[in-house]
Write a protein that binds this ligand. Structure first.
Ligand SMILES: [Fe+2]
Length: 191
Protein backbone atom coordinates (compact mmCIF):
# COMPACT_ATOMS: atom_id res chain seq x y z
CA UNK A 1 0.00 0.00 0.00
CA UNK A 2 1.28 3.51 -0.77
CA UNK A 3 2.53 5.46 2.22
CA UNK A 4 2.61 9.12 3.21
CA UNK A 5 5.46 11.29 1.94
CA UNK A 6 8.11 12.42 4.41
CA UNK A 7 8.53 16.20 4.85
CA UNK A 8 10.00 18.37 3.50
CA UNK A 9 7.70 17.83 0.51
CA UNK A 10 8.29 19.54 -2.83
CA UNK A 11 5.30 21.24 -4.47
CA UNK A 12 3.26 18.81 -6.55
CA UNK A 13 -0.11 18.46 -8.28
CA UNK A 14 -2.85 16.18 -6.95
CA UNK A 15 -5.62 15.08 -9.28
CA UNK A 16 -8.97 13.94 -8.05
CA UNK A 17 -11.59 11.91 -9.86
CA UNK A 18 -14.98 12.79 -8.39
CA UNK A 19 -16.75 9.79 -9.90
CA UNK A 20 -14.15 7.22 -8.84
CA UNK A 21 -13.49 9.11 -5.57
CA UNK A 22 -9.74 8.78 -5.90
CA UNK A 23 -6.74 11.03 -5.38
CA UNK A 24 -3.61 10.65 -7.46
CA UNK A 25 -0.85 10.21 -6.45
CA UNK A 26 -2.16 7.96 -3.72
CA UNK A 27 -1.34 7.81 -0.06
CA UNK A 28 -2.72 5.19 2.33
CA UNK A 29 -6.34 4.00 2.26
CA UNK A 30 -8.22 3.39 5.51
CA UNK A 31 -11.12 0.95 5.58
CA UNK A 32 -13.79 1.12 8.28
CA UNK A 33 -15.93 -1.95 8.72
CA UNK A 34 -19.07 -2.27 10.81
CA UNK A 35 -17.01 -3.74 13.67
CA UNK A 36 -15.00 -0.49 13.78
CA UNK A 37 -18.19 1.46 14.59
CA UNK A 38 -18.89 -0.11 17.99
CA UNK A 39 -21.06 2.01 20.28
CA UNK A 40 -22.09 4.47 17.57
CA UNK A 41 -25.43 3.12 16.30
CA UNK A 42 -28.37 3.41 18.69
CA UNK A 43 -29.41 -0.23 18.21
CA UNK A 44 -26.56 -2.32 19.60
CA UNK A 45 -28.22 -5.64 18.69
CA UNK A 46 -28.67 -4.57 15.06
CA UNK A 47 -25.02 -3.43 14.96
CA UNK A 48 -23.87 -6.78 16.38
CA UNK A 49 -26.01 -8.69 13.85
CA UNK A 50 -24.43 -6.69 10.98
CA UNK A 51 -20.94 -7.49 12.30
CA UNK A 52 -21.84 -11.18 12.45
CA UNK A 53 -23.38 -11.02 8.97
CA UNK A 54 -20.20 -10.35 7.01
CA UNK A 55 -18.96 -7.25 8.82
CA UNK A 56 -19.46 -5.00 5.75
CA UNK A 57 -17.24 -2.07 4.81
CA UNK A 58 -19.14 1.08 5.83
CA UNK A 59 -16.65 3.61 4.46
CA UNK A 60 -13.18 4.04 3.01
CA UNK A 61 -10.81 7.00 3.29
CA UNK A 62 -8.21 7.43 0.56
CA UNK A 63 -5.48 9.96 1.37
CA UNK A 64 -3.03 11.83 -0.81
CA UNK A 65 0.65 11.44 0.16
CA UNK A 66 0.56 14.61 2.32
CA UNK A 67 0.96 13.36 5.91
CA UNK A 68 -0.97 14.27 9.04
CA UNK A 69 1.89 16.31 10.43
CA UNK A 70 1.89 19.76 12.01
CA UNK A 71 1.78 22.63 9.47
CA UNK A 72 1.04 20.26 6.56
CA UNK A 73 -2.37 20.40 4.83
CA UNK A 74 -3.45 16.80 4.11
CA UNK A 75 -6.41 15.81 1.94
CA UNK A 76 -8.49 12.67 1.69
CA UNK A 77 -11.57 11.38 -0.10
CA UNK A 78 -14.08 9.45 2.00
CA UNK A 79 -16.70 7.22 0.40
CA UNK A 80 -19.59 6.06 2.58
CA UNK A 81 -21.58 3.10 1.27
CA UNK A 82 -25.36 3.24 1.15
CA UNK A 83 -26.93 1.37 4.01
CA UNK A 84 -28.82 1.54 7.27
CA UNK A 85 -28.55 -0.21 10.62
CA UNK A 86 -31.98 -0.42 12.29
CA UNK A 87 -32.98 2.53 10.13
CA UNK A 88 -29.96 4.67 11.02
CA UNK A 89 -28.07 5.86 7.93
CA UNK A 90 -24.51 4.65 7.51
CA UNK A 91 -22.01 7.24 8.60
CA UNK A 92 -18.45 7.95 9.60
CA UNK A 93 -17.38 7.46 13.20
CA UNK A 94 -17.21 11.21 13.71
CA UNK A 95 -14.48 12.95 15.64
CA UNK A 96 -13.41 16.10 17.38
CA UNK A 97 -10.04 17.74 16.68
CA UNK A 98 -8.10 17.65 19.98
CA UNK A 99 -6.23 20.68 18.69
CA UNK A 100 -9.27 22.80 17.75
CA UNK A 101 -8.78 23.73 14.09
CA UNK A 102 -11.15 24.16 11.13
CA UNK A 103 -11.64 21.85 8.17
CA UNK A 104 -13.51 21.84 4.86
CA UNK A 105 -15.44 19.04 3.18
CA UNK A 106 -16.29 19.29 -0.55
CA UNK A 107 -19.11 16.97 -1.65
CA UNK A 108 -18.17 15.08 -4.83
CA UNK A 109 -20.71 12.34 -5.52
CA UNK A 110 -24.02 11.11 -4.13
CA UNK A 111 -26.14 12.72 -1.44
CA UNK A 112 -24.90 13.21 2.07
CA UNK A 113 -24.90 15.44 5.05
CA UNK A 114 -22.52 16.94 7.55
CA UNK A 115 -23.58 16.66 11.18
CA UNK A 116 -21.75 18.92 13.62
CA UNK A 117 -21.98 19.18 17.41
CA UNK A 118 -20.10 21.41 19.82
CA UNK A 119 -21.41 19.68 22.94
CA UNK A 120 -24.38 22.05 23.09
CA UNK A 121 -25.49 23.14 19.64
CA UNK A 122 -26.10 20.80 16.71
CA UNK A 123 -25.93 21.76 13.02
CA UNK A 124 -26.78 19.83 9.86
CA UNK A 125 -25.62 20.75 6.35
CA UNK A 126 -27.06 19.10 3.24
CA UNK A 127 -24.11 18.00 1.12
CA UNK A 128 -24.57 17.56 -2.63
CA UNK A 129 -21.85 17.70 -5.30
CA UNK A 130 -20.30 21.17 -5.37
CA UNK A 131 -21.12 22.05 -1.75
CA UNK A 132 -18.32 22.98 0.61
CA UNK A 133 -19.20 22.36 4.24
CA UNK A 134 -17.16 24.42 6.68
CA UNK A 135 -16.36 22.87 10.05
CA UNK A 136 -15.35 25.58 12.53
CA UNK A 137 -12.80 24.88 15.28
CA UNK A 138 -14.37 23.09 18.26
CA UNK A 139 -17.20 21.34 16.40
CA UNK A 140 -17.18 17.54 16.28
CA UNK A 141 -18.12 16.32 12.80
CA UNK A 142 -19.64 13.23 11.19
CA UNK A 143 -20.63 12.58 7.57
CA UNK A 144 -23.76 10.62 6.70
CA UNK A 145 -24.95 8.99 3.48
CA UNK A 146 -28.64 9.86 3.08
CA UNK A 147 -28.88 8.97 -0.63
CA UNK A 148 -29.33 5.88 -2.77
CA UNK A 149 -25.72 5.50 -3.92
CA UNK A 150 -22.27 5.86 -2.33
CA UNK A 151 -21.57 9.36 -0.98
CA UNK A 152 -18.05 10.79 -1.49
CA UNK A 153 -16.43 13.98 -0.26
CA UNK A 154 -12.99 15.55 -0.27
CA UNK A 155 -11.63 16.66 3.11
CA UNK A 156 -8.86 19.25 3.53
CA UNK A 157 -7.62 19.73 7.07
CA UNK A 158 -4.67 20.93 9.15
CA UNK A 159 -2.21 18.10 9.60
CA UNK A 160 -1.80 18.80 13.31
CA UNK A 161 -5.53 18.81 14.14
CA UNK A 162 -5.67 15.15 15.23
CA UNK A 163 -8.69 12.85 15.59
CA UNK A 164 -10.45 12.30 18.92
CA UNK A 165 -13.03 9.55 18.36
CA UNK A 166 -13.62 9.07 22.10
CA UNK A 167 -15.18 12.54 22.30
CA UNK A 168 -18.12 11.30 20.21
CA UNK A 169 -18.56 8.16 22.33
CA UNK A 170 -18.65 10.37 25.42
CA UNK A 171 -20.73 13.32 24.18
CA UNK A 172 -22.69 11.92 21.23
CA UNK A 173 -23.42 13.98 18.12
CA UNK A 174 -26.62 15.78 19.12
CA UNK A 175 -28.79 14.05 16.52
CA UNK A 176 -29.14 10.72 14.76
CA UNK A 177 -30.04 10.46 11.07
CA UNK A 178 -32.73 7.94 10.16
CA UNK A 179 -33.95 6.90 6.74
CA UNK A 180 -37.68 7.48 6.28
CA UNK A 181 -40.12 6.52 3.53
CA UNK A 182 -39.42 9.64 1.50
CA UNK A 183 -35.96 10.66 2.63
CA UNK A 184 -34.38 11.06 6.04
CA UNK A 185 -35.07 12.62 9.41
CA UNK A 186 -32.96 14.05 12.20
CA UNK A 187 -33.89 12.57 15.56
CA UNK A 188 -32.67 13.20 19.10
CA UNK A 189 -29.44 11.37 19.88
CA UNK A 190 -30.96 9.25 22.65
CA UNK A 191 -33.74 7.93 20.40
FE1 LIG B 1 -11.79 16.39 11.06
Amino acid sequence: MPDFATPPISPFAIRFDAEAATLSPEGPTLERRMSDLEGLFADHDAWQAAVADGDPVVYRVQSSPVPEADRELPQSITTIERGTTAGECWMTKGHQHPNHQGEIYLALHGTGGLLMFDGDRVEWLDMTPGTIGYIPPGWAHRSVNVGDEPYSFLAVYPGGAGHDYGWVLEHGMGNRIHRTGDGFALRPYSA
